[in-house]
Design a protein around this ligand. Structure first.
Ligand SMILES: NC(=O)c1ccc[n+]([C@@H]2O[C@H](COP(=O)([O-])OP(=O)(O)OC[C@H]3O[C@@H](n4cnc5c(N)ncnc54)[C@H](O)[C@@H]3O)[C@@H](O)[C@H]2O)c1
Length: 497
């Protein structure tokens, strides 16, 4: 077993800072060893941290609750299994790499940001906070420690200077100016429309919004750009997973404002755990998306893209697969009758089609327009045209997959303007090749992040499934533009602000 002094020395320069030997020896005398099993709780989130903890062997986990505030007390009381189930790991404290509780114990009464538990059987050395303070406030140690800390601060400040300069250059450090927002994945329509709206907003309000833009998408690699900003503004292909949110939070970001409806790429549990608030634009002209979904249907059904390119090449014949079908009298299925789904249903009724729907929540508006809710099996079996209008959630992922293809009515036309992950695109292609699916109109693709919103015309698309979709005549694919009308963009911008 290592001695207390050895463990302290192993942590030098890490979480314990670099203390002079005389002080380490004084700390060693007041340290006690705790040999604990997996799941031993040292400190609970929100409690006072009254000791410093160093790991000799095993591991400490720092976890933060990802449950809503009102549920936290009951979860804490329920014990380690329930805490684990409702928390995310913020970091791991390993032998010789970190100490935890150091800063909290300079001042009595500081509370814990995270719950600290052992992971596996562990040997944990603890320094009680009151005894620690008694050592560091001895006159001979105080001056030594101040010298050590001054040296450490100077070293870190030097290495941080580049970042600080960058922040100061951008004006972000000037808190007087207002709320600083970094907008990721900013293309020209974003910059043009937000700049106009922000100018108007700032002229009408007491506080200012200052938005900066980057064409980069948010990920764990680009999250550090937001250091010093208050808010990040995201779009459909930015990724805010737990690691990214931790980096954003460390950099002082307090809010994620999604300038879109879907939030499937944001780890909401991690945001709760780090206290980063989330906002989205729940509705912005649902007409834009519903009308585009109808355009996809008409485009696939009446072969508009193919016909247009043939005519442009001087081929004015009707031979070669241009024939479509009437929508009138067909059975049209709509899965997901939310804001967009309902508008779509109204348009479908205008065609004189027979409307059937499936949703986990039934809406009176659908029944009033003479739509009929049916089971999932029935909507698959009866629909001549099937629209996917639900959000991407674990239960809706790959709603269209290999194992359900034979439940579909042969010759069905499938339309997806919601999220690519609602279908397994390989299964859709299989369905097309087996004659089950007559056509697929989509504005989204599961792995669209790498390609959509970018000009790849002079580059090579290497995703084999995307290439297969593009090569298939019976597929009409657009690059996430269903929302893209002036009215919807105005709605997005104003709601985001
Ligand atoms: N392509 C685009 O440009 C674009 C633009 C906006 C929205 N969208 C997508 O459209 C989706 C729908 O938007 P909305 O505004 O109508 O959302 P909404 O929240 O108003 O409606 C979603 C509906 O889906 C239902 N639903 C949830 N889980 C379901 C399940 N397992 N099975 C069936 N139905 C289920 C809900 O009950 C709700 O009625 C969004 O989630 C987003 O992914 C795409």
């Amino acid at each position: 077993m290592a001695s207390a002094l050895q463990v302290l020395k192993a942590n030098q320069g890490q979480g314990m800072g670099t203390f002079p030997d005389e002080m380490l020896e004084a700390f060693a005398e007041i340290m006690t060893l705790n040999e604990v099993e997996d799941g031993h709780i040292f400190v609970k989130e929100g409690e006072k941290i009254s000791k410093i903890m160093l790991v000799e062997s095993g591991k400490l986990l720092r976890t933060r609750m990802s449950a809503p505030d009102e549920e936290k007390e009951d979860i804490m009381k329920a014990g380690i299994d329930k805490i684990k189930e409702n928390s995310i790991v913020v970091d791991e404290i390993l032998p010789g790499t970190h100490a935890t509780g150091l800063f909290h114990n300079f001042e009595a009464g500081a509370t814990a940001f995270a719950t600290i538990t052992s992971s596996g059987p562990s040997k944990i050395w603890c320094i009680p906070g009151d005894k620690f303070r008694a050592v560091v406030t001895k006159p001979e140690f105080s001056i030594l420690m101040m010298a050590t800390m001054a040296k450490t601060v100077r070293t870190y400040k030097k290495s941080m200077r580049g970042l600080l300069d960058k922040i100061q250059d951008s004006g972000v450090s000037d808190v007087e100016k207002g709320i600083h927002i970094l907008s990721y994945d900013a293309t020209s329509w974003v910059i043009d429309n937000f700049n106009v709206a922000i100018k108007k907003f700032n002229s009408e309000n007491d506080f200012k919004l200052i938005m900066e833009y980057t064409t980069d998408r948010l990920s764990s690699k680009s999250a550090s750009y937001a250091a010093g900003f208050d808010v990040v503004c995201l779009f459909v292909n930015d990724t805010a997973d737990a690691e990214t949110i931790q980096i954003l939070s460390n950099g002082g970001v307090k809010m994620i404002a999604n300038r879109c409806a879907g939030f499937d790429r944001v780890d909401t549990k991690a945001a709760l755990a780090y206290g980063v608030s989330l906002a989205r634009v729940p509705a912005y002209s649902p007409y834009a998306v519903a009308e585009f979904a109808i355009s996809l249907l008409m485009g696939v059904n009446r072969k508009i893209a193919r016909a247009s390119s043939r005519v442009k090449m001087g081929n004015f014949s009707l031979d070669g697969g241009l024939m479509g079908t009437d929508i009138y009298g067909k059975t049209v299925g709509v899965m997901g009758t939310g804001k967009i789904g309902q508008i779509l249903c109204g348009i479908i009724k205008g065609f004189g089609a027979n409307l059937i729907c499936y949703d986990v929540f039934e809406s009176d508006a659908i029944k009033e327009m003479d739509g009929k809710y049916v089971s999932k099996e029935e909507i698959f079996a009866q629909s001549d045209i099937l629209f996917l209008m639900m959000p991407l959630l674990p239960p809706t992922k790959h709603t269209i997959n290999d194992s359900m293809l034979n439940q579909l009515k042969p010759g069905v036309t499938l339309i997806n303007s919601s999220r690519g992950g609602l279908v397994d695109a390989k299964s859709v292609l299989k369905g097309i090749h087996e004659g089950i699916i007559a056509g697929y109109g989509a504005d989204v693709y599961e792995n669209e992040t790498e390609y959509f919103f970018q000009d790849y015309s002079a580059k090579i698309v290497t995703d084999p499934t995307l290439m297969a979709l593009l090569a298939e005549n019976r597929v009409l694919l657009t690059a996430h533009q269903a929302f893209f009308t002036q009215e919807a963009v105005d709605g997005i911008v104003n709601t985001t602000l």
